[in-house]
Ligand binder design. Structure first.
Ligand SMILES: Cc1cc2nc3c(=O)[nH]c(=O)nc-3n(C[C@H](O)[C@H](O)[C@H](O)COP(=O)(O)O)c2cc1C
Length: 228
């Protein structure tokens, strides 16, 4: 059934159902404090979640970030003490670390330009203007400005991942409560020119995780939405 609202927008029952499904998934998700260590996410779903992160939009499309999937259980145990004892790091089905590049440099821009040229069958000469624009902005930033800017992109990826997890029925705990320098050291990230930004254990909630049933606390809509 289709109907039109007073602004002339067309809605369908399917669209309304999709709104409901989305909001239900987002209400059902929560920062999982205790994972069921016996439940594993199917590999196809893990792949889909990683693809969702890869599809995250970034400034200029430069993607100055990488996902690290920590598969070694001993390493995961070693990381717990560098995250204030948060057991989710060792107990969740999978552990993702969202990282930024240590610095943004000319070779990142060159690689990206070549990727666009290959992917879209464009000659690199036609991308000179775009390339120069990136040089004139990204390479003019101070190291600290670059760091802030790259971190912002990683947080967009976090949002994308959390929503994707919710929609696919996977639980997650976004974490910035960890010591990045220690994580980088334990995982050897410096040697890969990476710096950890966010840690996200993903898996399935434990039956006795009390946080699963407590009410969500959010600012009431009238205090949150400003209509001008
Ligand atoms: C960027 C970020 C960092 C967070 N760091 C931690 C953390 O280190 N440990 C933790 O248990 N929860 C962490 N949280 C979870 C938040 O406390 C939680 O998302 C917030 O209270 C809202 O609750 P809800 O996610 O359950 O709806 C973090 C959340 C975000 C978005």
């Amino acid at each position: 059934m289709r109907y039109t609202d007073i602004n002339g927008c067309i809605f369908t029952q399917i669209q309304n159902k999709m709104n409901e499904v989305l909001l239900s998934a987002l209400n059902n998700r929560y920062a999982t404090k205790k994972f069921d260590a016996t439940k594993k996410i199917p590999i196809e779903t893990v792949d889909a979640l990683i693809e969702a992160i890869r599809l995250t939009p970034t400034s200029y499309g430069l993607q100055l970030m990488k996902v690290v999937l920590v598969q070694d259980q001993a390493l995961r145990e070693a990381l717990v003490s560098h995250a204030f004892g948060q057991r989710q790091i060792a107990d969740a089905s999978h552990l993702l670390i969202l990282c930024r590049e240590k610095e943004a440099n000319a070779s990142h821009i060159n690689d990206y330009i070549e990727n666009i040229a290959d992917t879209r069958s464009i000659h690199v000469d036609n991308l000179i203007g775009f390339k120069n624009m990136m040089h004139n902005t990204v390479l003019k930033m101070t190291p600290s400005e670059q760091e802030d800017w790259m971190k912002k992109q990683v947080y967009i990826a976090l949002g994308n991942l959390l929503t994707s997890c919710a929609v696919l029925g996977v639980d997650a705990c976004p974490m910035e409560g960890f010591m990045p320098a220690a994580f980088d050291n334990v995982l050897g990230l410096q040697d890969m020119n990476l710096a950890s930004v966010l840690v996200i254990p993903i898996g399935y909630r434990a039956e006795d995780d009390k946080n699963a049933t407590i009410k969500k606390v959010r600012r009431p809509l009238p205090e949150f939405l400003v209509k001008i």
